[in-house]
Design a protein around this ligand. Structure first.
Ligand code: WT7
Length: 657
């Protein structure tokens, strides 16, 4: 986000106080109670987290130490305690909520299927027994490449039940991305489906798995295939097995194994500043605690809520606020297989009305595209069941915030703008809706026990209104533990020596605080783009581009985009001639498809510009700053005399084709 935009957001004057009626029934009722929780966490940090963990979770073996930082920045929480996540999400509800609906599943075509806690528990036990029968052991890695259906949750929960480590790969990623993750995780098994069906279109998943595995030197022993569409797929003898053959005959009795609180729960890959995605590792105890507390604090979870988080399980939001958080608190949640605009642009509103959703959590990019698709459409549906609206993934522009508030929420529903990351495991900065007054565009204040701050390089708090590094000063239970297979990168990325001497968790975002201590997120400080709330590393896209035999060199930057927040712009130097107006379009399509194949459709550049070279300093460093200005269509006003080749700028400003 540009500086001028932040300035204007900081002058946002609108304030929305929680209503008295909302506050009266809220889990955290009023500012005083919020302050008290924060104070408890400050005065007795370990006591605070220890109490929360004992109160909110079922432990097979109680912990005696809350936090162990003897090997910092490696953090251990509740380390000698033992528990099972799946038991905390399912078994513990059976006596009180066995017949309660856990999942309201609506498929792409609009058919609804209800899963009670008992049914979900049975399905998870059967599948977990299948995993055991296949020889899977504690700590083994499993790749899950599934459509957004209850079976994805079953697979994840089943892994958690036996102590296997899942790594979900979003169904939109390419065979190449899938292959990289299978290799990096050293997975023994892949769980997938024949196809996924979204917006009436089928996407081959099994064929992509086959392509990934044929290129993999690493040995995957089993591929489980859920039949979503029934489309014929190749099944490799001895390796591939259909879900029903794997699971249906298994017993519904599968005792959850007691796992150390620090046992790995999952790896989730996300983009960073290098070409190689990072395998973010989360562990059992602390992660679950974060997801439960944020369900109570931020989503103000109440027993009769119908919760709907629209994120796919391929992202962290789908882990914490679909697979784990809602189940751990015993919620009824909607899982939706399709897309917001199919078969009509009012699909989300229709689903909210149909299932009487109370708590709706989605991304700013979805909100903006829904405004575009029909700003009046929500009015055609009865949205009176809604009581809380959430957003996540990128800063929400105040206009979209206001529309969400007025048209979707009927001015009645608090908006929780939640700042967090794959690495933080759960919400870090977000309003507690019965306590904190909101301001459009700000994620407001940190959750109790989360010591977020904006600091300079030395680690000093910057003044109100000044930009700086967003950090978290103390460890917290749900933070990542390491980067899978690359602990040094973990230390260097999140506790870098050049910011505050490595004392604080550095998020990689810049932010400002206003006079009320409210946080305003400005954007990333590293070479990471945020496209539709998803992280994309510029280096990753660059390496994909230069892997194309026609390309000599490439630089990728982001430019502001009305719908997706940021859009990918690639500057490309070909090995041969610069294209002409006649052949440029075909080449651009070819290169965009290439990136789609290398990474996935979300990484395809929106725009490609061609030059005979890239703007470089005399030492050969690409001046991305200038490329960003060109990509945004702005005039370059700064001195470019340090450039080796200033003339190249004119060429790059030109759009060919
Ligand atoms: C990055 C994390 C956490 C789930 C979704 C994305 C940006 C996230 C907000 C927000 C402003 C936000 C940050 C962050 N971000 N939420 N409410 N306001 N920016 O997870 O892929 O790990 O990306 O998304 O830049 O660092 P992720």
């Amino acid at each position: 986000m540009s500086d001028s935009k932040i300035e204007s957001i900081l002058h946002e004057e609108r304030r929305f106080e929680p209503s008295a009626a909302f506050t009266a029934n809220a889990n955290v009722s009023g500012m005083e109670q919020y302050r008290q929780l924060c104070q408890q966490a400050e005065e007795d940090w370990q006591g605070f987290w220890g109490d929360c963990a004992r109160r909110e979770m079922d432990w097979d073996k109680p912990f005696s130490t809350v936090y162990d930082g003897s090997d910092a920045p490696h953090h251990k929480w509740f380390n000698d305690g033992e528990l099972n996540i799946s038991a905390n999400c399912l078994d513990r509800h059976l006596s009180t909520r066995g017949d309660k609906t856990a999942i309201i599943f609506e498929d792409d075509a609009g058919t609804t299927e209800l899963w009670s806690y008992r049914q979900l528990h049975e399905a998870v036990c059967r599948f977990a027994n299948g995993l055991l029968a296949a020889g899977l052991q504690r700590g083994d890695r499993v790749i899950i490449y599934m459509p957004m259906r209850p079976q994805a949750v079953v697979a994840m929960q089943a892994c958690a039940r036996i102590g296997a480590v899942h790594s979900v790969v979003f169904g939109g990623f390419s065979a190449k991305s899938l292959e990289d993750r299978i290799q990096d995780a050293g997975a023994k098994m892949v769980i997938t489906a024949d196809e996924s069906v979204r917006g009436g279109k089928a996407i081959a998943l099994k064929a992509t798995v086959d392509a990934a595995l044929s290129a993999c030197s690493h040995q995957v022993q089993t591929v489980v295939v859920y039949q979503r569409s029934g489309a014929p797929v190749a099944m490799q003898e001895g390796r591939d097995v259909y879900w029903h053959d794997f699971s249906d005959h298994q017993s519904t009795d599968c005792p959850p194994v007691a796992l150390n609180a620090e046992a790995p729960l999952f790896i989730l890959y996300t983009s960073g500043s290098t070409g190689k995605p990072k395998g973010i590792l989360h562990t059992c105890g602390g992660y679950l605690l974060g997801s439960i507390l944020s369900m109570r604090w931020v989503f103000d979870y109440q027993e009769n809520d119908v919760y709907w988080c629209t994120a796919d399980v391929g992202w962290i939001t789908g882990h914490t606020y679909v697979c784990y958080g809602p189940l751990a608190v015993g919620a009824t949640q909607v899982i939706f297989e399709g897309i917001p605009t199919y078969p009509h642009a009012g699909r989300f509103w229709e689903i909210i009305a149909k299932h009487k959703v109370t708590t709706f959590y989605t991304a700013p990019t979805a909100i903006r595209s829904l405004i575009k698709a029909g700003a009046d459409l929500p009015k055609q549906h009865d949205l009176s069941s809604l009581r809380i609206l959430g957003t996540v993934g990128e800063p929400i522009n105040p206009e979209a915030w206001m529309w969400y508030h007025e048209v979707v929420g009927g001015r009645r529903c608090p908006i929780v703008d939640t700042w967090w990351q794959t690495e933080t495991g759960s919400n870090v900065i977000a309003p507690l809706p019965g306590a904190i007054t909101t301001k459009p565009g700000s994620c407001t204040l940190p959750l109790p026990g989360l010591f977020a701050a904006v600091v300079d390089e030395q680690g000093n708090d910057v003044g109100n209104g000044e930009g700086g590094y967003l950090v978290i000063k103390k460890p917290w239970p749900s933070q990542l533990r390491t980067i899978w297979g690359d602990d040094q990168r973990y230390c260097d990325t999140y506790y870098p020596a050049n910011i505050a001497g490595g004392r604080f968790y550095v998020a990689g975002d810049s932010a400002r605080c206003d006079e009320d201590g409210y946080f305003w997120i400005m954007g990333r400080i590293d070479d990471v783009l945020n496209v539709s709330g998803h992280r994309l590393g510029t280096m990753e896209i660059e390496s994909a581009l230069v892997a194309n035999p026609k390309i000599a060199e490439a630089a990728v930057v982001g430019r502001p985009d009305e719908l997706t927040g940021e859009a990918v712009v690639a500057f490309v130097v070909l090995k041969g001639e610069r294209p002409t107006a006649e052949n440029a379009t075909a080449l651009m399509t070819e290169l965009r498809d290439w990136v789609g194949k290398e990474i996935g459709a979300i990484a395809k550049p929106k725009e490609i510009r061609f030059g005979d070279n890239l703007p470089k300093t005399r030492s050969g460093k690409i001046m991305r700053r200038l490329l960003r200005i060109i990509a945004a269509g702005e005039e370059i006003t700064q001195d470019v005399s340090t450039l080796e080749n200033p003339a190249i700028l004119e060429q790059l400003k030109e759009k060919i084709g």
